[in-house]
Every structure is written in structure tokens, then in C-alpha cells.
Design a protein around this ligand. Structure first.
Ligand code: TGC
Ligand code: FAD
Length: 392
């Protein structure tokens, strides 16, 4: 892969809206991605291997629990810093951002918000340092967009629970030490359980042959009569709203992360357009290529403003789930369209691993599907503005 010459676009001087702390956090993540992710990521994606060597670096830049209080090992940052970290990591690769999103928003967040003090003390510091890695099991083979239909279940055996069922498409599953698993009790109420690797009957087979998110490990979580200690139930929230609350935090991070992938594609295409000569001049001098670049920077700028405003609302605890859905949907769609246009601008070179664009483009096919598909988020906006529920 070519050396990482990335220069971040900031067409509307959005940096002026950031605090010194935001910029320090952002720049540390940016430098780390350039130094430790860019040189290895293409090879990892080609080999379809999660690069475990980056776990320590992710912890150091605060990507594991950016907004979790410092007393539990988190970075204690605000929501805009969290977003900026996700933006920078996804500028490197969506799969790396996935690993951080799952660890922070889908594993640490529910333990912090719905867990006991003992659970927080036991798990959060180890997850923040990367000593332990987590996964989040909501999706099942027959229940993706409709997680409320899940069949994974647990029974109360007096001094422990017995868990049965299967989860599919689970990021980090093949190497996770702990999994936050959503399952129904005998009354059909959804609860979160912390399942640890090594519990008898718990297995995590890897899903192979992905064309997308190849540098992230994806797999299953299978539970066959797994004995789960009673103290591993998250007691402070139940019902579908509990996992969906975690998704709000992860979807918000994705709204920022997608900007990173788009910025990388735009920056690569812009540089290429100035260097690549056809018909005696740089391709960037042709109006059709300028149209592509001008539309890209316009869409990136709009997405940056959307994410920044949403971050302000999140900091004030005023962001609604529907607002988060809109930002996730818009920004991922923006990024995938930019990746497709940018790839074309590089001609044949665009399909090679010499440049990051095709990898981003393929990754974004997962990002537009997970954490709620593009269509599901549209229906969430539709419900919010009309009051009519298209899911029922
Ligand atoms: P519905 O009846 O609307 O709601 C059930 C309960 O949940 C509440 N609720 C929420 N709470 C918090 N945050 C949200 N975003 C919420 N949305 C709804 C709701 O108020 C209700 O509460 P209560 O107290 O009345 O019971 O549920 P539904 O069954 O009709 O489904 C609604 C729908 C389709 C929007 C939802 O299920 C959905 O979002 N589906 C998409 C599924 C999804 O996003 N799965 C993601 C799996 S995890 C993943 O993809 C990780 S990828 C990680 C990575 O690598 O980055
Ligand atoms: P389906 O729900 O079967 O949807 C198929 C199509 O039907 C989609 O286009 C959808 O938009 C459409 N559709 C569904 N319902 C409606 C409707 N009511 N109206 C209109 N259209 C509809 N899950 C986890 O729990 N944890 C993870 O860590 C995780 N990581 C993932 C990593 C990757 C790489 C991928 C690809 C997925 C991951 N997922 C994870 C699962 C992801 O959240 C689901 O794939 C996603 O929610 C969609 O579910 P599905 O694949 O079953 O598609």
C-alpha cells in the first residue's frame, strides 16, 4: 500500500468549533492510525485477519470506553471526543472501528449502565485496557432487523441460569473473553447476561469468506445448556429497550466513523486527480471529475455538521434515538456513495490494494447493514415524523 499521506478536509472550519481537548484527542488518534494502522491494515484485510497487535494502541488512544468514567478505566471524555476518535479509526478501517464500537458501546456501556457495581469493577477496567475483549450478541439467524423475536432463552435453575440458543454475525466473537448476550427468560422478557469464554457449552465459531470488514473477526455465539452464574445477569434494565439503548451509542459513533472513511476516499481521489495525467492534463482538470470531487466535499461537510450538532445534543443528553438513526443512515450512505465515486476516479488503480478506497467501499457494505439497515433507519424516521409504525 502507498504511504499514508492523508490530509483531513475541513471545508467549513469545523475545527474552530472544537475545544483544545477535542483536537488533542483527535490528533492523537489520527497520528496513531497513520503510524500503527495504515502500514498493516491492507495486508490484514487481504488475509482476512484481525490484527491483534493494535489492541494496545486502541486502548492507549482511549478508544475502549471513551466516555466511560475514569474510575472504571475509561477515558472520561465527552461525546464529541468519542465521535472524533471513531472518525479517525474508521479513516483507517471500518473493521478496526467496529472492534472499538463493540468494546465501548455494546459491551462496556451496558455493563456500566445496566450492571451492578461488582460487575463494573470486575469487567470495565480489563475491557478498557484491552486485556479482555468483548462481543455483543443480539442478532440471531432468524432475527436480524427484528431482534424482539429472538429465541435465545435462559431458565432459572435456582442457584444459576441455563442458557440456550445461537447468535449470528457477531463482531469480535472468535476471540472475545466475554460476551454480553441478550436472551429471554421464561416469561419472554429480554435480559442481558455476561457470558465468559470457558463456560461449558459456549462456543464461538468464526464466519469465513466475507468480502467486507475482512480485518474484523465475525462469528457466532452458540449456547448449549450453558450454566451462567446468577451474578452475571445485568439487573438494572430489561426489555428490548436495553439492547437498543446500547445501539444508540454505537450508531452515534458510526455516524462519525463513516465520515472518516469518506474523508480518506475523498482525500485519496483528490490527490490522484492532481497527479494522474490523461489527454495531456491532470484528470482533476476535467469538469466531470471536478463535479465528483465538489459533490464529495459538500456531502462530507454536511455530514460533519450533522455529527457535530448531534454530539452537542448527546453531551446535553437531548439526542433522540430517531435523530441518531438519521445521522447513522445519512452519513453511512454518504460515505458509501463517495467510496464508489472515488474508486471510479482512480480507474483500474481503484480496484487494487495500493489504495484504500476499494477496502473502504467493501467495508461500508457491512456498515450500511449492521446496527440497523439503511431501510430500518428510514422507517424509524418515518415513524418519528408521522406517528405511524411501519414495523407493526
Ligand atoms: P419497539 O416496539 O419499537 O421498541 C421496543 C422497546 O424499545 C424501545 N426503543 C428504544 N430504546 C432505546 N433506544 C432505541 N433506539 C430504541 N428504539 C426503541 C421502545 O421504546 C420500546 O420500549 P418499551 O419500554 O415500550 O418496551 O420495537 P420493535 O420490535 O418494533 O423494533 C423496532 C426496530 C425495528 C426499530 C428495532 O428493533 C431495530 O432497531 N432493529 C434493527 C436491529 C439492529 O440494529 N440490530 C443491531 C445488532 S448489533 C450490531 O449490528 C453490531 S455491529 C457492531 C459493529 O461491528 O460495529
Ligand atoms: P434482515 O433483517 O433479514 O433484513 C434483510 C433485508 O430486509 C434488509 O434490506 C432490511 O432492510 C429489509 N427489511 C427487514 N425488515 C424490514 C421492514 N420491516 N421493512 C422494510 N424492509 C425490511 N449483530 C450483533 O448482534 N452483534 C454484532 O456484533 C454484529 N456485528 C455484525 C458484523 C457484520 C460484519 C455484519 C454484516 C452484521 C453484524 N451484526 C451484528 C448483525 C446486523 O446487525 C444485522 O445483519 C442487521 O441488523 C440486519 O439483519 P439481517 O442481516 O438478519 O437482515
Amino acid at each position: 500500500m502507498k504511504p499514508d499521506l492523508f490530509e483531513a478536509p475541513d471545508y467549513y472550519n469545523i475545527d474552530d468549533l472544537l475545544s483544545e481537548e477535542h483536537k488533542l484527542v483527535r490528533d492523537a488518534a489520527r497520528d496513531w492510525v497513520k503510524r500503527d494502522v495504515s502500514p498493516i491494515i491492507e495486508d490484514a484485510a487481504q488475509k482476512a485477519e484481525f490484527p491483534k497487535s493494535i489492541i494496545g494502541g486502541l486502548a492507549e488512544i482511549g478508544a475502549f470506553g471513551p466516555y466511560i468514567p475514569e474510575e472504571y478505566g475509561g477515558a472520561g471524555l465527552d461525546q464529541i471526543s468519542y465521535g472524533l476518535i471513531m472518525q479517525e479509526i474508521e479513516r483507517g478501517d471500518s473493521g478496526v472501528r467496529s472492534t472499538a464500537s463493540v468494546q465501548s458501546s455494546l459491551v462496556m456501556y451496558p455493563i456500566w449502565k445496566y450492571g451492578t457495581e461488582e460487575q463494573r469493577q470486575k469487567y470495565l477496567p480489563k475491557l478498557a485496557s484491552g486485556e479482555w475483549m468483548g462481543s455483543f450478541g443480539l442478532t440471531e439467524p432468524d432475527h436480524g432487523s427484528n431482534p424482539g423475536g429472538m429465541t435465545t432463552n435462559f431458565k432459572d435453575m435456582g442457584d444459576h441460569y441455563v442458557l440456550n440458543g445461537a447468535k449470528l454475525w457477531i463482531s469480535n466473537s472468535p476471540f472475545c473473553n466475554v460476551a454480553v448476550v441478550w436472551a429471554k427468560n421464561e416469561e419472554g422478557r429480554i435480559h442481558g447476561l455476561i457470558v465468559e469464554r470457558g463456560m461449558e457449552g459456549f462456543s464461538t465459531p468464526e464466519t469465513h469468506n466475507k468480502w467486507s470488514l475482512r480485518a474484523s473477526a465475525t462469528g457466532e455465539l452458540i449456547f448449549q445448556d450453558v450454566k451462567v452464574p446468577k451474578e452475571n445477569l445485568l439487573p438494572n434494565k430489561s426489555g428490548l429497550g436495553a439492547p437498543l439503548g446500547c445501539l444508540d451509542s454505537a450508531r452515534y459513533g458510526i455516524a462519525w466513523g463513516a465520515i472518516g472513511a469518506a474523508m480518506d476516499c475523498y482525500d485519496t481521489a483528490l490527490r490522484y486527480s492532481k497527479e494522474r495525467i490523461q489527454f495531456g492534463k491532470p484528470i482533476g482538470a476535467f469538469q466531470l471529475q471536478q463535479k465528483k470531487l465538489a459533490e464529495m466535499i459538500t456531502e462530507i461537510t454536511k455530514a460533519q455538521l450533522l455529527a457535530f450538532r448531534l454530539g452537542q445534543l448527546k453531551n446535553e443528553d437531548r439526542a433522540t434515538s430517531a435523530q441518531i438513526s438519521m445521522a447513522k443512515r445519512n452519513n453511512v450512505d454518504m460515505a458509501i456513495k463517495i467510496a464508489r465515486e472515488a474508486r471510479q476516479m482512480l480507474g483500474g488503480m481503484g480496484i487494487t490494494g495500493e489504495y484504500p478506497i476499494m477496502r473502504h467501499m467493501m467495508n461500508l457494505e457491512s456498515v450500511i447493514t449492521y446496527e440497523g439497515t439503511h431501510d430500518i433507519h428510514l422507517l424509524i424516521t418515518g415513524l418519528d415524523i408521522t406517528g405511524f409504525n411501519a414495523f407493526k
